[in-house]
Design a protein. Sequence first.
Length: 153
Amino acid sequence: MPRFKGLNPRSAATSRVGAANRKKNTAPETLLRKALAASGLRFRLHAKGLPGCPDLVFRRRKIAVFCDGDFWHGRNWAKRKRKLSAGWNAEYWVSKIQRNRERDRAVGRELKRSGWRVIRLWESQVRRDAASAAAKVLAIVADGNDANAVARL
């Protein structure tokens, strides 16, 4: 069971931390959008009608793009899990990130069943080289084959 002893959910500090954790319009997502827009490609943002509310959507091609945060979506999960397991409130954090990972897989399966192609990018990849991440997305959009693929770039 998660431990929240000493945390005040209404404190100014808690409020600041919560406000900093954005669901959309994150810095990596904005970098990716700018790089894609520079190519002249048109896309929609935050398609609420689709499972998982993808960050970017190419509707005609039925391609959904997610820009996943390294921490929240468990990049390098084995290493991150070991580190979280040794930290404060370990059971809560390991469970939280594991559930996010399971939800990501379920969303991908649901989109694939509906004929969508799913592209997942890691935040650190986009931060390191947004142009390269955008080029990979552009190549998949231009190709348009294999509508049932899920790509983790």
